[in-house]
Design a protein around this ligand. Structure first.
Ligand SMILES: [Zn+2]
Ligand SMILES: [Zn+2]
Length: 194
């Protein structure tokens, strides 16, 4: 359930609450922007405030993301805690429009039919909780820049990228330095065992 009719709640006193369990298939709701492959599930609590309805929702879904290195899809769980106050557009008793000041215009709203809709707030929370860098796993090896093979699956047959001779000397020095560093690490480890 993504929509809650709060007409009755709006007629009750400040502090009145409603609790709901949510398990909603949202795959079709957001289209390609959010590829949800698990239901949106969790609990929603609605509390009457002096000017509207405060919602606290603990929800989770699982979405498909595309790895920026290997370009494969991977699953990402998206847990979210939503705390937002929704303001009614019309007075529940008279049906008269409720004028909103500048600050209130930033809030989510309860529509003319007294329906509080989760669709937009959930969309925003999912999008803001996505990682900036989408990577299937920290050590993702990515694609070979030459042949495009996914190096997570295994090595490809490409020669290492050639560098000109001056650079190769530098490369040689770097390799030696790395080897030394590894030897030192090994020494440290050996000492640790003693
Ligand atoms: Zn990857
Ligand atoms: Zn390759």
């Amino acid at each position: 359930m993504m929509q809650f009719n709060v007409a009755q709640l709006l007629k009750e006193q400040v502090g009145a609450t409603r609790d709901y369990n949510v398990s909603e298939d949202i795959g079709a709701i957001y289209g390609p922007e959010i590829r949800a492959i698990a239901p949106l599930a969790g609990v929603v609590r609605l509390v009457r405030t002096n000017r509207g309805v405060f919602m606290e929702a603990r929800l989770e879904t699982t979405i498909l993301l595309s790895c920026g290195r290997c370009l494969e899809d991977y699953l990402a769980p998206v847990p979210m805690v939503i705390r937002e106050e929704f303001l009614p557009l019309v007075d529940v008793d008279t049906g008269a429009p409720i004028p909103q000041n500048e600050e209130e215009a930033e809030f989510f709203t309860i529509n003319e039919n007294h329906v509080l809709d989760l669709t937009e707030v959930v969309r925003q929370y999912i999008l803001t909780s996505l990682p900036m860098q989408q990577i299937c796993r920290l050590d993702c090896a990515g694609l070979c820049p030459t042949c495009g093979k996914n190096l997570n699956v295994g090595p490809c047959q490409c020669e290492p990228v050639s560098v000109d001779s001056r650079m190769s000397i530098l490369g040689e020095l770097l390799r030696e330095a790395q080897d030394d560093a590894q030897d030192n690490e090994q020494d440290e480890e050996d000492k640790g065992k003693e």
